[in-house]
Design a protein around this ligand. Sequence first.
Ligand code: MIG
Length: 870
Amino acid sequence: MRQPPDIMPPESLMQPQAIRRYPPATAPADLSIPTAGWQSLGNVTSWRDTPRELFLSCGAAEVRLTLERASIVRVRVASRGEFGRDFSWAVIPDAAPEIATWTVAETPDALLVTAEGVRVRVDRNPCRISFLAPDGRAVCEETAADGAAFNGPALACWKRLHGDDHCFGLGEKAMPFDKRGTSLVNWNTDEPGYEGWSDPLYQSHPILIVFNPGGSYGLFFDNAWRSWFDLGKTSRSAYGFGADGGELNYYYVPGPTAADVMQRYARLVGTMPLPPLWALGYQQSRYSYTPHTRVRALAAEFRKRRVPCDTIYLDIDYMDGYRCFTWHPKHFPKPARLMSHLAKQGFKVVTILDPGIKVDPDYDVYRGGVAGDHFCRDENGEVYVGKVWPGDSAFPDFTRAATRQWWGSQYRGLVDAGVRGFWNDMNEPADFSRPEKTLPLSVRFDNEGQPADHRAAHNVYGMQMARATFEGVRKLRPDQRPFVLTRAGYAGVQRYAAVWTGDNLSRWHHLQMSVPMMLNLGVSGYVFCGADIGGFMGRPDAELFARWLQLGIFYPLCRAHFVGWEGRTEQDPWSFGKQTEAVNRRTIELRYRLLPYLYTEMRHAAETGLPVMRPLFMDFPELPDVWRVDSDFMFGRQLLIAPVLWEKAETRWLRLPPGTWYQFDNLDPARPAVRHDGAVEPETIANVPTGRMIGRKIELAVELGAIPIFAKAGAIVPMREVQQFTDERPLEELTLELFPGDGRGWFYNDDGSTCAYRQGEFTFEEYEQATAADSRMLRLAARQGDVRFAPKSYLLRFEAADAAPTEVSFNDEPLPRKSKLPAAGREAAWSWLQNSKTVVVRVSALRPGDSVRVRSRPRVRSGRRRRTRV
Ligand code: MIG
């Protein structure tokens, strides 16, 4: 076997790979690197350990294992024995360093590493690394045919797949929900009008979640070069990952549940910061709303028609010749005046920026960029000039700290004008002048002080632009939470920005596809995401837009956006006629009614890293074939959504997960909640124990206005009245939707926009619900924080009641029954709503420990004991 001796260790120390596998050949031609053949790691020739590390020598190659935070094990392999700089764009410093240690035991064939929560077996001949559960069960193994492999600068690693492993995560992918059997590439790409299977797209998240009903794990390949994953495509029983260069550097993230994996991964790369409340309202966008009179008219239309909306986006045409940080002098002559006019009506404006800076000596940002040496240079040291919207453009080097600071400070004008949010587009980075759609690979980057070419910097470019924006805006308005939206990113970008899934199409299958895309973004740690509602390119009809909106109110980022070519229908909620206008209004109103719940769940996500829009396999791993469910999902911890994703659908069927569920379409208070039994575990089928759940198929009628929603038994869902924008009125009364069963629920509240919540200026309430044969009880179990943000009154809605109760009591004191409830703030009272089968109770401020009980039989008085049956 011939190899260039300068890059490969002596042949005797490396083994040719028993099974040869190659990265998928989907790369543009100039990305392929001449290779000398793949070779895998040879035998362990020596080793030593410390309380948290294990060093292995395999001839000239070196392997390092480290015990990281949260029982995560890191593996680094240097084929020539030399590790480069230990640096990551994704991994954050450990906020709470643990002092966990491991022990290493030696056998003739292997080294056995034991730590809390994880075990590792290193086979010595040849060197192969397997991960085991604490009970010794093999979770993620390497056989002699697998393991680390090198080919010149290219590197790879292969591991076993079990028959019942399923592959999720990997961020933004237009691939099937379960990615087993596919291969895919991470190379941020501007892909307008992508389709199912288009790959790669705008973002790179090399975090794989291997779901197995018996125990899941994660594999984070922290390498920002062009990378690939082959998930059982080349070989049905193995998966591999690799990159064109950089280091073989990955993290094994133990489960056992998928949620455990996500929480541990969040410890590594961080979570999204809590967004401002307004960013959770409905957002309206168009390419572009211009001139300013049109923006004013749009805003007025929302308020006149009483369609709630918080945010209007200004796309590239607001700028002067697409020069970043400028305004078009004719179309937007007085931006500050426009902003304050809109702010008075409750609108927040988000403006777009692209990285390409127009080459124009009369343009101060260009001049400043040249003076500060902020632009990327080609291999000859000249500023690289590509082509984007402004024509000839230079590209700031966001991998350089000084450039990020400079960029961040440029936002002053926009911030001062009253712009509230910042949209970063085209930051793959896109370059129209090149066939490969991005800068040449030879372009140089600072790479955080270790100069490298575009191959090393490409996948983090967008992330670092978003970071520069986030950090800059935070500095300019230190008391306000920034809102940044980015198109490109790399693992960890969730710390700086929300993401939308780029240029989708106004087609039914794009609506369908957006669900698995969001779910996989969510399990990849990217909580705050959305797709362009209605589709960006093409034109939806009334039905598609209405259905898309009905799904879109459950995207954490709820934004309608489209290309607005003149003379074609707009994509506003009222653009499709009177009938769907009413439907769309009700749909958006539901989002606003749900805000207390959504905000609470977003806060939970910001703390834990767990997604808000979550796949059923997360909560119900035991449900058969749950890895296939890519159209139903949990919205937060209490609600299951079964969106209607098919044209002209009259019915919608689904299988409910285990437990009892209450169908409460549109969360419509006027209608009764309908009880359904979910999947059950039959003891036997034909006398053979199955150990498997049987899902019950149910079929629902879904007229155009219907949004099928199911609350799980015991669910407690905090809601409020409709507002036209999120900060129209402070929350006075909180509604708690209560469904029979035992359960817990939560409510989080704060000022909605500043960072004071970090100093304890928030209220967090935990409720507890218990249901017995003849009574239902709701209790405020605990309250944390500042009572200032607690509700002044509560409207408790005990849904799905059989009949009018005989008594409703507050802390055991009976409350008066009224045919109509008194206004909030008056006396506490209850009422029975026959049509919706609801017991409504209004009480004023609750203190921890306070409870409300609904009885359907006369109370057993104290003194008289109930007979216990023997
Ligand atoms: O080359 O700014 O994905 O949302 O409207 C197209 C214009 C540039 C692509 C973005 C899209 C945006 C559009 N942009």
